[in-house]
Design a protein around this ligand. Structure first.
Ligand code: URA
Length: 241
């Protein structure tokens, strides 16, 4: 490992700075230097243990202790490791964890539920890559009751920003007059995807909660609480790698 060159954004993810994608943004923003020189272009490789990498002026090095945490995010908390506007972020709720962890994917501030956090950059990359087909499950309260044709549209794919969504698993759990509760599973993570899908069939989302991420389930974890993944969940995580 020591002499093998690796991509800068991968090294940053291994060091617990951010996911690979978010690390690319930091590079573009000019926040990363290698051996004293600011790097803004993609594709740079570095040699761990030899090249000196700094982010925001701070030296970084790969974390050896991998940690995996799930949080039941309350509404109003930002899914990020840092917020430029000073709002409360998910990592503020997990201060007891010493390693620098960051969220895998994103939940909107007004969405609640399961957020997975880790310093395992490889895993974060794989879990959010659509080709891995890791389903995320949401409970959505929507306006009205979608009819059969509308449910089929959700299942088969809907054009959002010129591109079809991948097939989704959708069930109506309950209808109570004005609103319905839907169980929706998707394996992509496009921006505000569930809300946009439901809006497109004219049944806007009033409330959204994520209850599972692959085989990892929120269960009875209370809003605002977090826990480390258990052994069974860790086995599942490793099986994806
Ligand atoms: N889909 C959304 O619309 N919002 C989320 O937070 C997650 C999925």
């Amino acid at each position: 490992m020591k002499d093998k060159p690796i991509r800068l954004q991968k090294f940053m993810a291994m060091s617990g700075v951010a996911s690979r994608r978010a690390s690319e943004e930091l590079i573009k923003e000019g926040k990363v230097s290698v051996n004293g020189n600011v790097v803004t272009e993609m594709g740079i490789t570095i040699i761990p243990g030899k090249d000196k990498v700094k982010v925001d002026g701070m030296n970084i090095k790969p974390e050896s202790n991998k940690v995996y945490v799930i949080l039941n995010k309350p509404v109003g908390i930002v899914t990020s490791a840092k917020d430029e506007k000073g709002r409360t972020v998910v990592t503020d709720l997990i201060e007891e964890v010493e390693e620098r962890i960051y969220p895998v994917g994103r939940l909107d501030a007004d969405t609640s539920g399961l957020v997975l956090l880790t310093n395992d950059g490889d895993l974060a990359f794989k879990l959010t890559h659509p080709s891995k087909m890791v389903y995320k499950r949401y409970i959505a309260i929507v306006e009205g009751l979608p009819n059969k044709a509308e449910l089929e549209r959700l299942r088969n794919g809907i054009k959002l920003e010129g591109r079809m969504t991948a097939p989704a698993k959708v069930k109506v759990l309950k209808n109570f007059g004005e609103d319905s509760i839907l169980d929706i599973q998707i394996h992509e993570g496009r921006n505000r995807q569930v809300k946009k899908m439901c809006e497109t069939i004219n049944h806007p989302v009033k409330k959204l909660k994520r209850i599972s991420f692959g085989e990892i389930e929120l269960g009875g974890l209370e809003s605002g609480n977090w826990r480390y993944l258990n052994d069974e969940e860790l086995d599942y995580i490793k099986s994806l790698k």
